[in-house]
Design a protein around this ligand. Sequence first.
Ligand code: 3AM
Length: 180
Amino acid sequence: MRAFLAIDLPEEVSAALTRLQAGLPVGRPVAEENLHLTLAFLGDQDEVALEGLHYELDALRAAPFALRFSGLGAFGGDRPRILFADVAPEPALTDLHRRVIGIARRAGIAVPRERFHPHVTLARFGNGAAPDVAARLRRFLTEHGDAPLPGFGATGFGLYESTLHPSGVRYELLARYALG
Ligand code: 3AM
């Protein structure tokens, strides 16, 4: 199953992000219940590997920490693929990311070496937005890129299974790990 680890967002944060999405004229918005901050994408894993990982993550001890947003951004350059809310650098988050990647590798999960850019995906544009869509997205970013968003406390993260359905992606929480 396709799995990933993500920090959950408090309801007031998801609600604020959803209000922001409502003004977006282009792209496929991420459903409110699917908004999350990916800590690590684990790819396709069998149950045995995930059970081993779960056992190790359950034993992880880390303190909760505060996070805040630092504006909106897009991945994909001239042909944007993703609109996201940027998460301001936070050493405790970087450290947690590093630790869960280490734990996953020790559990036999080959996590790709990618730079960790903490973000919450707000909308997707497929393989790359066409020029007119990209222009409307740029206008949205100019107008709303600095919109204030509530900060929040990261108090835990979840192990999720991601499945694709004709109606869209569905995330199922498999396990939750509390911080502190
Ligand atoms: O929503 P975000 O951007 O946080 O993009 C996928 C999503 O991240 C990412 O994992 C999260 C849960 O699906 N993802 C999906 N496939 C991926 C891949 N092959 C991937 N990340 C890296 N490599």
